[in-house]
Write a protein that binds this ligand. Structure first.
Ligand code: FES
Length: 576
């Protein structure tokens, strides 16, 4: 599709560098201070490279180098690169959870693009929340942007066995707690589970969100599947730098791409891949920034009609490196063509359908054919009922099928510290039929809605061979986790949702096929408990947490800040 091209005088950056006035002169002289000449800058689109590289984020170790490679592409295409470091959200080291800071990075991205002379942007992210955060910020700034995903790290390896990030940590840690693995073996596993830079190489949140971004059309086609350490990743970064310059001239903005149909493509992709439950929260928040329509019910409807075809851990067998060799996301999407809006525009100026030309699947065991899917429907189900009036979610493809219809007595933990203190107590009145309940783990209660939702199995049950049981919380769960874990219960317990009123011994009924989550307690008894409940203040007398507590929305709304939602235009900065 050909679009009218901008002229140099129509660039945002012209207001900074092009005028014959005192301020522009100052800006030009300061570009010279950095060693650039008018030939480098005059009339060229300024491309902001928003970089989340940091020593605090081992998944992004290669982004220093990738930023240079993006710059190479920008120079080749006649642009002027300007690298801008932003806060990173290193999933492994940041506490209590990166989710507490997703919106802060989104604000940084939006304001950096607005306050600096950015005509276009390349977004370098990958580790879980950096994907939605950068895209939310770029969408709100509505500056032509390409997302460069960090790419998955190499497969893990332990004595020749492939190890998957997170998934195999949880699995073997349960064995360590059960006493079947010694410390020496455990250390060997630590040596082999993270073998290169790049994101978790299971279908965790990072892989899911990168694939969602790819299906949305905001990466170069297929970029999300390229392993971080593959030279194709370098070539993709250079190509992104080249392409974004053209996007500026074409004025191809995020909101031209991020339509309701594009979000449905992203949900379909995430569901077909057995993707992370975190994608629900992030995609709803991203859609809110783009003015697109997406809610929990639409998510569930799309999940029900989408076959699960990617045989990748935690719901399947393989890892992201295998997925790439088998054809990657383009191969998977090609198998889903009839479920996709193939006419959606993407960052390369072509449609999603055009971009699937030449896609292949080289291994049906990794990317299953439609007539023999890994599972008949998508990985996530949305539950409702008197325990979750505004919804809850479960990744049922990663649960033991026998538990998908289950009723059992609740064992309630008031918060994570309470859980940690009692979960392995031999006197804990718990059986394999119990339903473990965790309160105060939601957006406000924790705060930050950490990935605590895969509650550990009590040691005494592990010793009996139990490896899964029903668990219910208002927390999230790592995309690499598994088990029958009901998550994102809304409203959360801290905000006075019914989860706050569950007591030990109450019967909780889970019925995934019927999409129900029921607390079998009479309404008048629940009302009595509610009447005796006293709201508490979030413990942030000042600082970012103070603002967070006043503006965070619940999980069913995407946990964006209420004042960041929507598409209301914000004026360009004054320059005087
Ligand atoms: Fe960075 Fe998993 S810890 S992607």
């Amino acid at each position: 599709m050909s679009r009218p091209r901008k002229t140099p005088k129509e660039l945002r950056s012209f207001r900074w560098f092009g005028k014959d006035d005192l301020r522009s002169s100052g800006h030009r002289s300061r570009a010279k201070q950095a060693g650039f000449t008018p030939d480098d800058l005059d009339g060229k689109p300024v491309i902001a490279i928003l970089n989340t590289w940091s020593d605090a984020n081992p998944c992004h170790t290669h982004f220093r180098q990738r930023a240079e490679e993006v710059k190479r592409g920008v120079w080749q295409a006649g642009g002027f690169p300007m690298e801008i470091p932003l806060m990173t959200l290193g999933e492994t080291f940041m506490k209590p959870t990166t989710m507490l800071y997703r919106n802060l990075l989104a604000i940084q991205a939006e304001e950096a693009l607005r306050a600096y002379p950015a005509d276009g942007a390349v977004l370098l992210g990958g580790c879980d929340k950096t994907v939605p955060a950068l895209l939310m910020g770029a969408t709100s700034a509505n500056v032509p942007s390409i997302f460069v995903p960090a790419g998955p790290m190499l497969r893990g390896n332990w004595r020749g066995q492939p190890l998957g990030s997170g998934t195999d940590v949880w699995k073997y840690w349960a064995e360590r707690r059960a006493g079947t693995i010694d410390e020496c073996t455990w250390r060997e596993m630590e040596d082999g589970i993270a073998r290169s830079f790049g994101t978790c190489m299971t279908m965790g949140t990072a892989s899911t969100m990168a694939a969602a971004a790819d299906a949305l059309g905001v990466t170069l086609p297929g970029a999300s599947s390229i392993p971080a350490a593959d030279s194709a990743h370098v070539r993709m970064a250079v190509a992104a730098g080249r392409r974004v310059v053209e996007m500026v001239w074409e004025d191809l903005q995020p909101r031209d791409i991020l339509t309701t149909e594009a979000f449905e493509n992203a949900v379909t992709a995430a569901m077909a891949l057995g993707g992370s439950t975190n994608a629900i929260i992030h995609l709803i928040a991203m859609a809110g920034r783009a003015g697109a329509s997406l809610d929990l019910d639409r998510f569930d409807a799309l999940s029900r009609r989408t076959p699960f075809i990617a045989n990748i851990r935690p719901s399947g067998k393989y890892l992201m490196e295998d997925f790439y060799y088998a054809g990657g996301l383009r191969g998977a999407l090609d198998r889903l063509r009839d479920l996709l809006h193939t006419g959606c525009l993407t960052v390369n100026g072509r449609t999603l359908g055009d971009n699937l030309a030449g896609a292949f699947v080289g291994n049906d065991d990794v990317i299953a054919p439609r007539d023999k899917p890994v599972g008949p429907e998508g990985g996530v189900a949305v539950l409702r009922g008197n325990l979750a009036p505004d919804g809850a979610v479960i990744k049922h493809t990663a649960a033991e099928p026998r538990l998908l219809r289950h009723a059992g007595p609740a064992v309630v933990f008031k918060n994570y510290n309470d859980l940690e203190a009692r979960i392995d107590d031999p006197a804990l009145p718990v059986t394999p039929d119990s339903v473990l309940v965790l309160q105060d783990a939601g957006p406000l209660g924790a705060p930050g809605m950490p990935e605590w939702g895969m509650l550990p199995i009590p040691k005494k049950l592990l010793a009996q061979g139990v490896r899964d049981m029903v668990r219910v919380s208002d927390a999230r769960m790592s995309g690499t986790s598994y088990g029958t874990c009901v998550l994102h219960v809304a409203p959360e317990s801290f905000a006075g949702g019914p989860l706050a009123f569950v007591r030990d011994g109450d019967i909780i009924e889970l019925d995934v096929p019927a999409r129900r989550l029921t607390l079998r307690v009479a309404d008048d008894e629940l009302n009595r408990r509610r009447a005796g409940w006293t709201p508490r203040e979030v413990a942030y007398p000042r600082g970012f947490g103070h603002m967070y507590a006043r503006h965070i929305t619940q999980a069913n709304r995407g946990c964006d800040f209420d004042f960041l939602e929507g598409t209301a235009p914000i004026a360009e900065p004054e320059i005087h």
